[in-house]
Design a protein around this ligand. Structure first.
Ligand SMILES: CCCCCCCCCCCC(=O)SCCNC(=O)CCNC(=O)[C@H](O)C(C)(C)COP(=O)(O)OP(=O)(O)OC[C@H]1O[C@@H](n2cnc3c(N)ncnc32)[C@H](O)[C@@H]1OP(=O)(O)O
Length: 206
């Protein structure tokens, strides 16, 4: 599989829209679940419903080359249901900008985003820029996050990334997550452009 194929499946426009709706509904369920009170009747009912989802999905499990999740280039974050929905507003080889809104699902405490989810967002936004700048697939070698202020949930945040410097295959990328004038978090990552012998898109070794 080429790296373009890894991140971009060849899906019909109406199927793309349908998958976007599925992910949107899933995220709404996650956010509502994360905010639900103790309610045994609701819990038992939802558990049974989810078991039927599992029974429907598990027999159809396919390999990475044929999965939809994370390969729908037309959707935010390629339709990757695990990721916070970053909406990229501009992207060049020097800079990526976008907005993101973390729902209740991503709350750590105090109505603020879990620190791991902040790092997750940095891996994505810095990683998009590294791949664009390097013109091919990159892997995160390290990712450093400085938490400057609590990152609020349920509000629009700005996410930006820019290239700090390049040394051969090494792309040093920086970024910020901002709420208005407040810098909530700063990220810095090193991304390595993969060598041809490292495989195109083979991200994990068997
Ligand atoms: C358009 C949208 C598309 C879509 C865009 C999608 C965006 C999604 C982004 C998600 C990205 C990920 O999460 S990727 C998944 C998380 N990352 C991983 O699992 C990576 C696991 N690690 C590895 O695979 C490997 O260690 C690599 C590839 C990172 C590096 O291995 P390598 O290629 O063999 O390189 P190696 O020879 O070790 O090192 C090369 C140079 O880098 C330096 N180096 C290597 N690692 C480090 C390190 N941690 N800290 C400092 N320096 C390091 C070495 O000192 C050396 O420097 P010098 O002596 O040359 O100066």
């Amino acid at each position: 599989m080429s790296w373009e194929e890894m991140f971009k499946g060849d899906f019909a426009a109406e199927d793309v829209r349908a998958y976007g709706t599925l992910v949107e509904n899933l995220h709404a369920v996650q956010n509502a679940l994360a905010a639900m009170p103790m309610d045994r009747e609701a819990i038992d009912g939802l558990a049974a419903d989810l078991a039927s989802w599992r029974d429907r999905l598990e027999p159809a499990v396919t390999d990475e080359q044929h999965q939809v999740n994370g390969r729908v280039a037309e959707l935010p974050v390629r339709g990757h249901a695990m990721l916070p929905e970053l909406r990229v507003s501009s992207r060049t080889k020097d800079r990526v900008e976008g907005t993101v809104r973390f729902g209740r699902w991503f709350m750590g405490g105090g109505m603020a985003v879990h620190g791991g989810a902040v790092s997750l967002l940095f891996d994505e936004v810095l990683g998009i820029l590294a791949s664009l700048a390097a013109g091919g697939i990159t892997r995160t070698a390290y990712l450093h996050t400085d938490y400057r202020a609590l990152t609020p949930i349920d509000t629009d945040l700005e996410a930006v990334a820019w290239i700090d410097r390049v040394e051969g295959r090494k792309w040093f990328v920086r970024g910020e997550i901002r709420h208005g004038d407040v810098v909530c978090a700063e990220g810095e990552g090193l991304f390595l452009r993969l060598l041809p012998e490292q495989g195109l898109g083979r991200r994990t070794e068997d």
